[in-house]
Design a binder for this molecule. Structure first.
Ligand code: COA
Length: 375
């Protein structure tokens, strides 16, 4: 009988790193200039003075130490505070396509397949750089995937796990045998670097996966059987980005801060931790798997205390470091790519028969979990 597996993963890490120190320096410089320029208005009480950010706060509150980005010079320029990412011509590969190609090629090589095997391509991420044509179709063409269909989807930070759900369903229904999933996240372009509350949260990266049908006679290197996938959503406005095509029809246009990422971080923390731990426990129970049997949790990478609390609740004990690998210290929050980066970097030591869970969560709210068994 055929099994459904993740047979290969890939990771593209942007070339530039940005430390908390560099980020805070730029932010505080911006704050000084803002307060100086608005001195009179601040004294009159018309506007509030901006407060400075701190490296110590960022690391303590989130666990983030640095991040990778597609462009650093624009972000750390206090007069700009956003990356320089020039729009490409219609004849060039888009930036998201370019990142996707790097990650996808690695996943295809690791899965030991060829582009011709792939029947479906999904680009799943939080921010798509254009409305259409789908970035996924561009990626399909760039990789020479000729016998396939492709589409984009967005479930914010849970996008990769929801895409695994889509791939699993498509393979189970018999419509395709191999699916390529790519998560090109350019989170620094949706981040408000002028906001003290969130300027440190995100970084850029792209991950890729091959989800495929494995025949009984096939041997695969470092593959994981998908035992089950479970997706859940519950509406919340606590993580939002109101950017969209209707902004063009509004007098304020695209200029308001709510056209970038914003959140009520503390509320998110409080509400999402119980939601995710309950979700994982119910998912394991439905598959008759004892929580102590799970060797690894590759969790969404937003906040390390949040991950610690979730894994404590799921394991009903203090987790060991290797059980819930953290990559957010180095990458920050890379939205849908985060849990897949953790999976990509920390799965090779597992043994045949070991169980693991990928679980991503975020805006929506949304939670997606995938129970895996190393084969
Ligand atoms: C965002 C997050 C790191 C903030 O941490 P927090 O402990 O909740 O911080 P708060 O926003 O409550 O702020 C705590 C204090 O630090 C201050 N503060 C906020 N940002 C600061 C900064 N950059 N530098 C220094 N101080 C800061 C606040 O003003 C507040 O001061 P007060 O206590 O005097 O009022 C945390 O809430 C989080 O990660 N939540 C989960 C978010 C999440 O997973 N989202 C999904 C995104 S896809």
């Amino acid at each position: 009988m055929s099994e459904f597996v993740i047979s290969g993963t890939g990771l593209f890490t942007p070339p530039e790193t940005l430390s908390n120190r560099e980020l805070v320096e730029a932010f505080n410089c911006y704050v000084d200039q803002f307060n100086q320029d608005n001195d009179e208005a601040i004294k009159r009480g018309d506007i509030e003075a901006l407060e400075k950010s701190s490296e110590a706060f960022i690391e303590k509150a989130s666990g983030i130490k640095s991040r990778y980005c597609m462009n650093k010079s624009g972000i750390i320029d206090p007069k700009r505070m956003k990356p320089y990412l020039k729009e490409r011509t219609d004849e060039e590969h888009s930036l998201q396509c370019e990142m996707s190609i790097h990650a996808a090629k690695e996943a295809i090589t690791r899965a030991q397949i060829t582009p011709d095997n792939i029947g479906m391509v999904i680009v799943a991420c939080s921010n798509l750089q254009r409305a259409y044509p789908a970035v996924a179709i561009e990626v399909q063409q760039a990789l020479g995937i000729h016998k396939a269909f492709a589409f984009d989807m967005n479930v914010a930070c849970s996008s990769a796990t929801f895409a695994i759900q889509m791939a699993y369903g498509a393979i189970a229904s018999g419509s395709v045998d191999h699916c390529l999933i790519v998560n090109p996240e350019i989170c620094t372009a949706h981040l408000n670097f002028k906001s003290r509350d969130c300027h440190f949260i995100f970084g850029d990266a792209c991950t890729a996966m091959i989800v495929q049908k494995k025949e009984a006679h096939q041997t695969l290197d470092n593959a994981f059987k998908i035992l089950d996938v479970k997706a859940l959503t519950q509406y919340s406005s606590n993580i939002r980005n109101n950017f969209g095509f209707l902004n063009n029809a509004d007098e304020e246009g695209f200029g308001l801060p709510n056209k970038l990422f914003y959140q009520h971080g503390r509320k998110v923390f409080k509400e999402v931790v119980p939601m995710v731990s309950k979700h994982i426990l119910e998912h394991l129970k439905a598959n008759k798997i004892d929580n102590q049997q799970v060797k690894r949790f590759w969790l969404h990478q937003a906040n390390d205390s949040m991950n610690l609390l979730i894994s404590k609740k799921v394991l009903e004990r203090e987790p060991q470091e290797h059980e819930t690998p953290i990559i957010l210290d180095e990458y920050a929050n890379t939205s849908s790519a985060g849990s897949i980066i953790a999976f990509h970097k920390y799965n090779q030591d597992l043994k045949k028969g070991d169980l693991g869970v990928i679980c991503a969560f975020g805006a929506g709210y949304s939670v997606g979990s995938v129970i895996l068994e190393k084969i």
